[in-house]
Design a protein around this ligand. Structure first.
Ligand code: IPD
Length: 266
């Protein structure tokens, strides 16, 4: 792996760890307050999402002042170095709100638009997932791999849902077509963690419509470095329309199960 990319990863990991600790230590006793909503009344922002993004921007901005930044809460900041940081300060905000353990700090570094380093820190579980382009994927420093040789009918597949009612009705129709054809479905509530569980071979696959770039930037690199594939419908890149992730062999069958169900329709 490129030493410059390893240096970016070191900064990402130190920042994600510090932010994760802050989110545990400073979580208000009665839970965080909902300070805003986004696409619907259940798509919430808490003061802790904002505090976490401020902390990430402060640490990365101090170390690398010229870099660009894309964050879920504060949006785009232009830079001059060719490096852009893509940050979800809390992926799985609803889990954090309810004090369920599956939420993460997700930080990716991109060079000229391609991810070169990524960390997904899951503080309540003690999991640090990392990858550098060309250097493999790791959980707490140990190498991880996607599953292989699992037929679709035996695949454990995670998904997620958007926050708008009409979108959810469409997602429920797609789910009804998937469920009879796989081992089972999980809805764990954090896209970045779903991707990392695919990378670790703890899930065979994952698909979701409506994810944002900050949800998947780090996790996608981690899946690819774990030998998996990440993409969208009919060869499109992964993204808002559809994101599919799986081991290299399962990707095609999962895609072909989803495509006729119209996963990006309605
Ligand atoms: C959400 C989570 C969830 C997924 C949603 C995302 P957030 O991210 O990743 O699992 O189903 O699509 O928006 O809002 O908690 O950062």
């Amino acid at each position: 792996a490129d030493p410059d990319h390893l240096a970016l990863l070191d900064l990402a990991v130190a920042t994600a760890r510090e932010t994760g600790r802050m989110l545990i230590d400073e979580r208000p006793a009665g839970g965080p307050d909902v300070v805003a909503t986004k696409s619907s009344a259940t798509d919430v922002v808490t003061q802790m999402d904002r505090a976490a993004e401020r902390l990430v921007r402060a640490r990365i901005g101090a170390a690398r002042p010229g870099d660009a930044f894309l964050g879920e809460e504060e949006g785009d900041t232009a830079g001059s170095t060719g490096v852009r940081w893509v940050v979800d300060p809390i992926d799985g905000t609803v889990n954090y709100l309810y004090d369920l353990p599956d939420w993460a700090v997700s930080i990716a570094a991109e060079v000229d638009g391609a991810a070169v380093a990524g960390v997904v820190e899951v503080p309540r579980r003690g999991w640090t997932f990392t990858a550098v382009r060309g250097g493999g994927a790791f959980l707490n420093g140990e190498p991880i791999r996607c599953t292989s040789g699992v037929p679709l009918q035996k695949a454990l597949v995670a998904t997620g849902f958007g926050y708008e009612a009409a979108r959810r009705a469409a997602q429920a129709r797609v789910l009804a077509g998937v469920l009879p054809n796989v081992r089972d479905i999980r809805r764990n509530g954090a896209a970045a963690i779903d991707l990392c569980q695919v990378a670790a071979g703890r899930l065979d696959g994952y698909y979701e419509r409506g994810v944002h770039h900050w949800d998947i930037a780090a996790g996608s690199l981690i899946v690819i470095e774990a030998g998996g594939r990440v993409g969208g419908l009919d060869g499109a890149p992964a993204g808002n329309e559809l994101t599919i992730a799986a081991g290299a062999e399962l990707f095609g069958p999962l895609h072909d199960l989803l495509a006729p169900l119209g996963p990006a329709r309605d």
